[in-house]
Design a protein around this ligand. Structure first.
Ligand code: NAP
Length: 486
């Protein structure tokens, strides 16, 4: 089979700005690596602030015409993108695996998930509505008029190279906004391929601009400082999110922030253990654990602790590690050496505090950035991994004896993105749904993400929602008109 990189012609490994593809003004490029081998797979343009502002020029020029494009036409272009992505799923997935490291099966799932945002928001594009009502005191009428906010800066992480961008570009376009996407430096190729696909299906010039760079801070702050930008949507770490929120404050920008998580997964003694083990494996291991909603802490009620742990550990130990493009691989390479080192340190810290390793527990020899599925028990409350996003295939198991105790521990974090509860008792499930401080909750399910559902965290996990009807509202301003009609 041909090299997956060839799906993106060399002329499209450059900046997508306006109606063309261009080199960085400085002529600089940077290498994209296969994390499974550490070898370079492609060079892409390395933008600086000049290029970022050129993309903003293009997005600003296209703004009025795109906002005035009939919603049905915008919808059709999003549907065409959905069809093209679905039809070319294999090519997109192979490129994604090569630059990001996840197994091909996971990449295919992400392409399907990412494509669904285009289908969902194609359907939302034609359902943007205002309201008309009589003022309570009479005498005049109230009319609300939704309008696209204007050019948006979209900053995305490396862990879902397609879906995190799709979740922003699709609602922005549906609402009538133009966009500048800055993908993560480690995974720019999938986003460039999406931009190429959107060009091919006929999305007009200037509506989807993509700027690849190793100077994220310089490029994004130049954009945020320009008053033509009207919105920032960011997915990434809480740490960088805080920096960008401060910058966005200067121009009082609308922001959507999808930040880090520290999900607790709670297995109650009355749970169906088949369901709980399946759910825990997928909630931990989807995307190699490199997911904001990955189960970071697994709390198991004492009576089922032994049985759950034995069955979960057996499943984790049976997963095969290797290059994501190879057949039969369950766990691919982590994104980089820093990720492996961080996980190694977290495991060493937990073991130093008394945790025991049941499965895995030591980094694998290179080349590439591999860490095996790992299960730890007797993990004490002060282990660093319970307070930090592990972002890898490591599962700490902690026993609990009462709902109040586990609820307090689960909520004892600055994050509030996702949680999971396994129980057959409806009242217990509802008490957890009401008591856990999270934006998302899986009840007897390890998979939560759905383009039709509002995704987003509370506390320091973020602001705003992506997907569902709420997702398009993030890209719409509302003008209220008071109409005199005595
Ligand atoms: P990150 O380091 O925060 O980077 C995210 C994006 O921000 C990248 O494009 C990065 O560019 C850019 N960036 C970094 N520093 C910047 C700066 N000073 N100014 C402007 N942009 C900057 O996060 P990551 O390591 O890529 O992704 C993992 C994180 O994302 C985890 O915390 C995870 O939980 C979170 N995440 C959250 C969600 C959600 O929906 N809540 C979904 C997925 C991931 P470079 O690549 O060039 O550094």
């Amino acid at each position: 089979m041909s090299d997956p990189v060839n799906v993106l012609a060399p002329e499209h490994r450059r900046l997508r700005i306006g109606d063309g593809w261009r080199d960085a003004a400085s002529g600089a490029t940077f290498a994209v690596e296969d994390p499974a081998t550490g070898t370079s797979i492609a060079e892409v343009a390395d933008a600086d602030a000049v290029d970022g502002l050129a993309a903003l020029d293009a997005a600003s020029r296209a703004r009025a015409e795109w906002a005035a494009t009939p919603p049905r036409r915008r919808s059709e272009l999003l549907t065409a993108t959905y069809r093209a992505l679905t039809g070319r799923s294999e090519e997109v997935a192979r490129l994604m695996t090569l630059e990001m490291g996840k197994p091909l099966a996971e990449a295919r799932t992400e392409v399907a998930y990412g494509a669904e945002f285009f289908r969902w928001f194609a359907e939302e594009a034609v359902r943007v509505e205002g309201r008309y009502s009589t003022a309570p005191a009479g005498g005049y009428r109230i009319l609300t008029v939704p309008k696209p906010v204007g050019p948006c800066v979209l900053v995305t992480p490396w862990n879902f190279p397609l879906a995190m961008g799709a979740r922003k570009i699709a609602p922005a376009l549906a609402a009538g906004c133009t966009t500048i996407t800055k993908p993560a430096a480690q995974t720019p190729l999938t986003m460039l391929l999406l931009a190429r696909i959107m060009e091919e299906v006929g999305v007009p010039p200037g509506v989807v601009n993509v700027v690849t760079t190793t100077r994220a801070g310089e490029v994004v702050s130049a954009l945020l400082a320009d008053s033509r930008i009207r919105k920032l949507s960011f997915t990434g770490s809480t740490e960088v999110g805080r920096v960008l929120l401060r910058q966005a404050a200067d121009n009082v920008l609308r922001t959507s922030m999808e930040l880090g998580g520290n999900a607790a997964l709670i297995v109650c003694a009355d749970a169906d253990l088949d369901v709980a083990v399946d759910g825990a494996v997928v909630a931990k291991m989807r995307n190699l654990g490199e997911s904001c909603i990955a189960a970071n802490r697994i709390y198991v009620e004492e009576p089922v602790r032994e049985e759950f742990t034995a069955r979960f550990a057996e499943r984790m130990g049976a997963l095969s590690v290797g290059h994501g493009l190879d057949d039969g691989v369950d766990v691919g390479a982590l994104i980089d050496e820093a990720a492996v080192t961080k996980i190694d340190e977290l495991v060493t810290d937990a073991v130093g505090r008394g945790a025991r390793v049941l499965v895995g527990g030591a980094r694998l020899a290179g080349p590439g950035h591999f860490y095996p599925p790992t299960v730890l028990v007797d993990v004490p409350d002060d282990a660093r991994m319970l307070a930090t996003e592990i972002f890898g295939p490591v599962a700490p198991i902690i026993p609990f004896t009462s709902d109040d105790e586990v609820m307090a521990k689960a909520n004892d974090t600055e994050h509030g993105l996702a949680g999971y509860v396994f129980t057959r008792d409806l009242r217990r499930a509802l008490r957890f749904a009401e008591g856990l401080d999270t934006g998302l909750l899986g009840i007897n399910r390890g998979v939560i993400s759905d383009p039709a559902a509002p995704f987003g965290g509370v506390k320091q996990s973020g602001i705003g929602k992506e997907g569902s009807h709420e997702g398009i509202l993030e890209y719409l301003d509302l003008t209220y008109a008071a109409i005199d009609l005595p």
